[in-house]
Design a protein around this ligand. Structure first.
Ligand code: ATP
Ligand code: MG
Length: 386
């Protein structure tokens, strides 16, 4: 039967935290393989997964943080004849040199590891064109004879490495349809921060396609987490109110102060430990250090900007690698151009912001907006389209 072995790698060296990490990794893997009916068994050094579609699962597992190696393997009877047959099948398309590495963990098995290496080596030499090289072989045939079963495999696919998502708790990613924020989300996951996403939509000023695009981006980022929920914030009323009250060149500054206020409150209510976003210093007027100063002071949460000091080309490289770029460059905009001032203020002043915000009751609008949040947590439809 085809099974998958998971090697934890650096996790195994983590001492007392190890059990916690393995538990978290198991949970993440279960989420990632949802729909494939995985049966997972684990011990201190390995995980064994049986599921419906092993090839599909192997692809998904290559995106899970905390996995050092993904190993497509066969679980077979510990019978010499069967092991030999399977060995030839696995080596069928291999060329060059090989070596056999037997690990007889089940000491009840009568043949010791070294002797079994020799038996198998001789058999393979006789039945294939491969040559032996014990020092630097092209292919290693691994045979693990364990109490729970015998596993045989040749290829170890490199995993993402790192630590399982969630070791740092959960943060809230401000996710837009652009290039930067999905990359920011991925980088946060990579550091062990699990995320949910917060998207501000303003229909009819923003289109249904813009929302679909963000859902799709969330689903792609979710391939690295398995645990993401997308919170959609109805931002129309608040945005229109800011516009009506003549924010003019301060339109974006005030809009972003409102976004941060909402994000902060959502964090407090749901125990997220930080706000994460895709701001990059100096990229646009609202991301100068002066702007950041008057904008983020409304938030009483740590704000993490994983791409703050990356330039656009570096961000694009990551976006291409993780598979979000093609979706991000689709044309649907998150913000209607009528709200965008021709010359947004580059050095906004705090007292001017406060004066504009005094003109309307933004606090009750914020409350109403938060009460209207829609939660999307099923991306199976989207991921299947990929
Ligand atoms: P681009 O990749 O084109 O720069 P962007 O998404 O980075 O797009 P910016 O205007 O630079 O857009 O916004 C900076 C950050 O603010 C985003 O990375 C995102 O984290 C957050 N943000 C902007 N608009 C929204 C929105 N509608 N919903 C949620 N977060 C948003
Ligand atoms: Mg940006």
């Amino acid at each position: 039967m085809k099974v998958i072995l998971i090697k934890y790698g650096e996790l195994t060296t983590k001492g007392e935290n190890r059990n916690e990490f393995i538990k978290l990794l198991t949970k993440n893997i279960k989420n990632i393989l949802k729909g494939l009916n995985p049966i997972i068994e684990r011990n201190r050094v390995r995980m064994y997964i049986e599921c419906d579609d092993a090839d599909k699962a192997i692809k998904k597992l290559q995106k899970v943080f905390g996995i050092h190696g993904v190993v497509p393997a066969y679980k077979i009877e510990p019978d010499e004849k069967i092991i030999k047959e399977k060995a030839l099948e696995l080596l069928k398309n291999k060329e060059g040199t090989f070596k056999v590495e037997t690990n007889r963990a089940d000491k009840n098995y009568p043949i010791p590891s070294m002797e079994f290496n020799n038996i198998m080596g001789g058999y393979i030499l006789k039945n294939t064109n491969l040559k032996v090289d014990v020092h630097n072989p092209d292919t290693v045939l691994h045979i693990e004879i364990r109490v729970e079963g015998t596993y045989i495999y040749t290829d170890v696919i490199k995993g993402m490495g790192g630590y399982p998502v969630g070791t740092q708790g959960k943060g809230l990613l401000m996710l837009s349809g652009g290039i930067d924020s999905p990359v920011a989300g991925y980088l946060a996951l990579k550091r062990g921060i699990d995320i949910d996403c917060l998207y501000f939509e303003a229909p009819p000023h923003t289109s249904p396609e813009a929302k679909e695009k963000v859902i799709k981006l969330a689903s792609i980022v979710n391939e690295y987490s398995g645990n993401i929920r997308l919170l959609v914030v109805p931002f129309t009323k608040l945005q229109e109110e800011i516009y009506k009250n003549h924010a003019d060149t301060y339109m974006i500054t005030i809009m972003r102060r409102m976004m941060y206020r909402i994000a902060s409150e959502v964090c407090h209510k749901n125990h997220y430990k930080a706000i994460i976003n895709g701001e990059s210093i100096g990229q646009v007027a609202s991301q100068t250090l002066d702007s950041i100063n008057v904008i983020e002071c409304v938030a009483d949460m740590p704000i993490i900007r994983p791409v703050a000091c990356m330039d656009k080309l570096e961000i694009i490289d990551v976006a291409k690698n993780i598979g979000t770029y093609e979706t991000s460059i689709l044309p649907y905009e998150d913000c209607c151009t009528i709200f965008l001032p021709k010359h947004p203020v580059i050095k906004p002043k705090l007292d001017k912001c406060l004066a504009i915000e005094k003109r309307f009751d933004f606090e009750s609008l914020i409350e109403e907006t938060i009460n209207g949040i829609e939660i999307i947590d099923d991306f199976s439809h989207n991921t299947d389209l990929l």
